[in-house]
Structure formats: C-alpha cells, structure tokens
Design a protein. Structure first.
Length: 244
C-alpha cells in the first residue's frame, strides 16, 4: 500500500515538474519573430539597398538612350535620299563648289566623306579614296561608340547585381550566427531570398539592353555597308569630273 502511494506521488511530482518546465519554455518559443510569407515589391527594393538603386538608375539611363538611338540611328538619317540625289546631280555636272557648300557643316556620314573627297579633287584615285575612307572610319567609330553605351550597361548591371547578392549573403550568414537555433533555417531562407533581389534586378536591366544593342549593331552594319556602296560610286564621279 505504501509503495502504491509513493508511486502515485512520484507520478504527480514528475507531471508537476514537466508542466512547470513547459510553462518556462513556451513563452520563449512564442517570441519567435514571424517570418513574412511573401515579399512585396517595396520589400524587394528595400532589401536591394543602394546597389539596387544604382542598377535602377543605370536602367533608366539605358532606357532613355535606347529610345534615342532607335529614333535617330537609322539609314534614313545617315543617308537621306534628297541629299544623295543632289550630290549625284552636282557631281555629274562637275559642280564641286556646290558639293562643298552642300556638305559643309552637315552631320551625315556620307556628307562628311564626300566633302573630304571633293576637297582633294584633281589628285590621284588612291589619295581621294584614302581621304574618304579615313573620314568614313571616323564616322563609323562614332556610330559604334554611340551604341557601345548600351553594351556597357548590359555588362555592368549583372556584375553590380552579383556584388549586391554577395554582400547580402555575407550579411545573412552573419545574422544567422546570432539567431536562435529554432529560427536559423527560416532566417537563412528569407535572407537569401532578399539577397538575390539585386541579381534579378541586374538581369532585368541587362537582358533588354543587350537585345537592343544587338539590334542596333545590325543597323550600324547596314548603314556602313550602304555608305560604302554610295561612296564608291561618288569616287568614280569625282575622278570622271577631273578628267574632263
């Protein structure tokens, strides 16, 4: 009988101690900070920090510059049909003075090349052709330089995004070291998700910039090819006029 009472008292004592310990542990676990289930756009922007704002600034500059190039860098702009017809007419008539007056101060590539060639009218073919080719190379380098800014943005923004991600991962692992063991996994997952925002932002800017750069590169190649074809015809007209 005494053994039974002692057993029941022991069970009651153990249950009381267990309840007391559980009551002490429960408040600590209830203080686990809630982990946000979904990241909003503003949360992503805040998580990206200064680097994401820099990427956004480069993206805005690239967008404006891309629209400007799409509107201005065209074969019609560099090879206006009215100017080409007038140049052919003046060269066939041998009016070099009129050609110089027409081409002087113009921004079109073909106008600069013809101006450089007509100034040397009366010289040998290789002198006139070399002058026009040199002017054409300078003009082509300017066209390539104008579209190269988009390529620079497309290359730079993913690197900035990677830098932001690496920096965010360093901060995430540093924060994990000081968190409670029960929330380390959740904290790490949340921190990694926010750290990847800068890489995503860099890719969002880089992919359209690179696509537009490839498109404009095709335009520049087409413009240069058409300018070379027209310039070769005008060289013949210049030489024919000097022989007569």
């Amino acid at each position: 009988m005494f053994v039974k009472k002692a057993f029941f008292l022991s069970v009651i004592l153990i249950m009381g101690i267990t309840s007391f310990l559980y009551a002490q542990v429960t408040p600590e676990t209830s203080n686990i900070p809630p982990i946000q289930q979904n990241l909003t756009l503003w949360d992503m922007i805040k998580a990206g920090g200064v680097i994401l704002w820099v990427i956004g600034g480069l993206g805005f500059i690239g967008l404006v510059w891309a629209f400007y190039l799409l509107l201005t860098l065209t074969p019609r702009r560099e090879l206006p049909s009215t100017l080409i017809r007038r140049l052919f007419h003046l060269l066939q008539a041998g009016d070099y003075k009129g050609v110089l007056e027409l081409c002087e101060g113009r921004d079109e590539l073909i106008a600069k090349m013809v101006f450089a060639g007509v100034k040397l009218a009366g010289h040998d073919r290789y002198v006139i052709q070399d002058a026009m080719e040199s002017e054409g190379e300078r003009g082509a380098s300017i066209l390539w330089q104008r579209i190269s800014y988009l390529n620079n943005i497309a290359v730079l923004t993913p690197l900035l995004g990677l830098l932001g991600t690496v920096w965010g991962m360093m901060q995430a692992f540093g924060a994990i070291a000081f968190n409670d063991a029960q929330v380390k996994g959740l904290t790490m997952a949340y921190s990694v998700a926010t750290a990847m925002v800068t890489t995503a932002g860099g890719l969002v800017v880089a992919i359209p910039a690179m696509a537009i750069y490839f498109y404009l590169r095709g335009r520049v190649n087409r413009i240069i090819a058409e300018v070379e074809a027209i310039a070769s015809e005008m060289v013949e007209l210049i030489l024919r006029g000097t022989r007569t």
